[in-house]
Design a protein around this ligand. Structure first.
Ligand code: NAD
Length: 372
């Protein structure tokens, strides 16, 4: 199957050509990661400690850490006593690498742990990322990076002051479909990107969960999954939005008393370009459409862990299975070893948070245009 965006056959030739640096279109990782990969001679895997053993840590990150080449699951931090033995047995974790929220700071003395991965409810991200940085550990923090611009800035500062690296869990930067979109934008072989449309939503269940509590989540669907549409528009254009306006829609359900249910927003990019997005906790939707002067790419589903699909100018896009989270964590391990910055750095998370705050500001004003 031909890969139309890369103008190349998928997988074998695709990787071979990029490694050889030939072909009209540059393919593959950005320069920092490519350098990190080149310099990568480390044989010892870096140890990762997961903080917060909920659904994402249990069902995505821990299994992904079985597929990583440059890091492994070395430790856990949990407030639930009963999870300790289950995880120790399942993942062969020694007792000395098991922490709780009261003795978390002691992790500073543990040489097995190089990277702390914060997978807690959103409002706890800043606190635990800063604690991890102060413990001298490199940090991966889940999206959204925090619940305010102020917190994001404090996290970046803490990591800089403690000379540790910071990365945000933007797994899609390692997915081949999204890498193709980034390539489409960067290389310009199909002209400039002229329009981006994106939606991500799902029907939320349990009304008692933290995602529906403002104090823990910071916001609703927008904070949780709308952020993927912001990210996608930013990397599809390769530019930053300069202004936006947003609209909120509510069913009146008690569930959404504290947080947003459905939000649509339009972002303005330089030269009059726009993106159009909707996010929701009330219905499922999951796609990304990127229009360029001479092409259109449709990725659907676009934001899932696997099973992504796509069409490029009426040709089917297909890639072999990869593990987004394994690639993401390995890339960060290489950044740590090579002392290079993550392409999904704290600054990336901060940029999205500035957009999120602008969307909430627009909503609070009844939909007025807000400059970013
Ligand atoms: P979850 O509810 O399944 O897990 C949250 C964990 O935090 C649980 O282990 C819980 O015990 C612990 N916790 C500690 N203090 C808590 C408190 N006060 N209230 C509630 N839980 C508390 O949530 P999740 O789906 O695993 O999400 C965790 C983080 O990961 C969120 O920031 C979320 O946005 C992010 N996430 C990212 C992706 C992705 O694709 N990158 C996917 C899912 C979740």
């Amino acid at each position: 199957m031909k890969n139309p965006i890369s103008n190349d056959k998928p997988r074998r030739n695709f990787i071979k050509k990029s490694a050889m640096g030939i072909g009209g279109i540059s393919i593959g990782l950005p320069l920092t990661s490519a350098l990190a990969a080149d310099k990568y001679t480390q044989t010892k895997k870096l140890g990762v400690a997961l903080v917060g053993l909920g659904n994402y840590a249990t069902n995505q990150l821990a299994p992904a850490l079985q597929e990583t080449a440059h890091c492994y699951l070395a430790g856990i931090v949990t407030g639930t006593k009963s999870k300790e033995k289950v995880w120790m047995d399942k993942h062969n974790i020694p007792k000395k690498n098991v922490y709780n929220y009261d003795n978390f700071e002691e992790i500073a003395n543990n040489k097995d742990i190089d990277i702390i991965y914060v997978v807690l409810p959103n409002s706890m991200h800043a606190e635990y990322s800063i604690k991890a940085a102060k413990a001298g550990k490199h940090v991966i923090c889940e999206k959204p990076m925090a619940v305010s611009v102020e917190e994001c800035e404090a996290m970046i500062k803490a990591c800089k002051e403690n000379k540790v690296k910071l990365s945000i869990g933007y797994r899609l930067h390692f997915d081949p479909y999204h890498k193709e979109i980034i390539k489409l934008s960067k290389e310009g072989s199909f002209g400039k990107v002229t329009y981006v449309s994106s939606q991500f939503g799902f029907t939320i269940g349990d009304p008692t969960q933290w995602r529906l509590k403002k104090a823990l989540a910071g916001g609703g669907a927008l904070m949780d999954v709308g952020i993927y549409c912001i990210q996608a528009a930013r990397y599809a254009y390769g530019e930053e939005p300069i202004a936006l306006q947003a609209q909120e829609f509510r069913s009146g359900s008690e569930k959404f008393r504290e947080v947003d249910e459905t939000v649509s927003w339009q972002m303005e990019f330089p030269d009059g370009k726009i993106s159009n997005s909707t996010t929701s906790y009330a219905f499922g939707t999951n796609h990304l459409v990127v229009t360029a002067q001479k092409a259109r790419a449709v990725i659907m589903p676009a934001y899932s862990y696997n099973g992504l699909g796509g069409i490029f100018n009426n040709e089917k896009l297909e890639f072999p299975r990869i593990n987004q989270q394994a690639l993401q964590m390995d890339d960060f391990a290489k950044n740590v070893v090579a002392n290079t910055e993550s392409k999904i750095s704290g600054e990336e998370g901060l940029k999205d948070m500035k957009v999120l705050e602008a969307i909430y500001k627009s909503l609070a004003s009844g939909g007025k245009r807000v400059t970013i």
